[in-house]
Design a protein around this ligand. Structure first.
Ligand SMILES: *Cc1c(COP(=O)(O)O)cnc(C)c1O
Length: 360
């Protein structure tokens, strides 16, 4: 089999989806499965849908179009605000989009009228992480505009925390979101189906006994794919963290001196400084070169197998030190992945995907 390859255990992904759908369902919370880190992988999305996920979230319209073309029929939610230049495609293929700009809402409404459809809108509210969202003070006006525009359906409000400044969902910002949802319903005498509390970063808040209040929807990617919450990187109890792993191949294995020699200057990937072995540990180290690099994966997000340390990476090479069984040329090494490592591996044309169906 070719390397590097992502091994995707569909049964483990199905398990993660089923557990989260059930667990959150008991708290009245519906799950949209966010497939963006997989570039909208159809097999993964089908597995999620079979496990009870009722809608799919994607950041790129291209992925939504591809999923629609492959026969996925659940509603699809564009979770990044639409580009004005892509409004036609968004209305044609996404049932719902997340929005924060009046000019885009007007364009969506005009386009939906032309296409003879109704487009769903979630208004994103800024609650402190400083990425997307309408400031709370402006929300009422934007909601009023949305309700007045023909061919738009206001599906609710949402927020996104954790992704830009690591702001954690907590009792205070989640209560604020609930309060805003109730205030809009009272002011405009409407029912908002969704109060979308956030992403995988919301799970620790709920697990610690957080009161959902009006929050009845989450958009989950990392928790479904990697069984982790992003803020602390901790595993979520009962979920598989190894549903997707990266298998790589060794192309050089030698004992080398622990320290580089010659005058040292910067490298092309200086931000990710290579870590030489601690001086004095022993004279030399068993090193191996693995045929995977920055072009395939985020090396900082790789978890090596037992007895292996990552010494550094460049475009096409990962340098490892080994204190376990000496690696041989041609050996395969399996790494765990962070979200950023997964995203880049899924994006690299050099990394293949291998689906595993069994329960092993
Ligand atoms: C990426 C993203 C998500 C999913 O985030 P995870 O941490 O993977 O659960 C949800 N909502 C928005 C708006 C996103 O951009």
């Amino acid at each position: 089999m070719s390397a590097p390859r992502l091994e995707i255990h569909l049964e483990r992904l199905r398990h993660n989806a089923q557990v989260l759908v059930e667990r959150l369902g008991q708290q009245g919370i519906e799950v949209t499965g966010v497939s963006k880190a997989t570039l909208g992988d159809t097999d993964i999305v089908r597995t999620w849908v079979a496990a009870g996920i009722g809608s799919i979230g994607e950041s790129r319209i291209e992925s939504i179009e591809a999923l629609a073309a492959s026969g996925v029929t659940v509603p699809m939610l564009l979770i990044r605000a639409p580009m004005l230049s892509q409004v036609e495609r968004v209305v044609a293929h996404a049932a719902i989009s997340c929005n924060s700009e009046p000019v885009v809402l007007e364009a969506l409404a005009r386009t939906a009228a032309r296409q003879g459809v109704r487009h769903g809108v979630v208004l994103m509210v800024e609650l402190g992480d400083l990425r997307e969202g309408i400031l709370a003070a402006d929300l009422e006006a934007v909601a009023q505009l949305t309700l007045a525009l023909p061919n738009l359906k206001l599906m609710g409000i949402g927020t996104n925390l954790g992704c830009q400044h690591g702001v954690a969902p907590d009792a205070s910002n989640m209560a604020e979101l609930s309060r805003l949802a109730t205030a809009l319903e009272r002011r405009f005498l409407v029912h908002l189906p969704w109060c979308s509390g956030g992403n995988s970063a919301n799970l620790p808040w709920l697990a610690a006994g957080g009161e959902p209040g009006r929050v009845n929807h989450l958009r989950l990617g990392e928790a479904l794919l990697l069984g982790r919450e992003p803020l602390g990187g901790t595993a979520i109890p009962g979920l598989h963290t190894d549903a997707i792993t990266l298998v790589t191949e060794v192309i050089e294995a030698k004992t080398k001196p622990s320290h580089p020699w010659g005058q040292r200057r910067r490298t092309s990937f200086s931000s990710q400084r290579a870590r030489p072995q601690a001086p004095g540990a022993h004279a030399g180290e068993l090193r191996a070169l693995v045929a995977v690099g920055e072009q395939d994966v985020d090396p900082a997000g790789l978890s090596p197998p037992e007895g292996v340390v990552i010494r550094g990476a460049s475009s096409d090479h990962l340098v490892i030190g080994s204190c376990g069984t000496p690696p041989q040329v041609g050996d395969e090494l399996r790494f765990g992945l962070s979200y950023s490592a997964l995203l880049r591996a899924m994006t690299s044309p050099f990394v293949s995907r291998c689906l595993i169906h069994d329960r092993s």
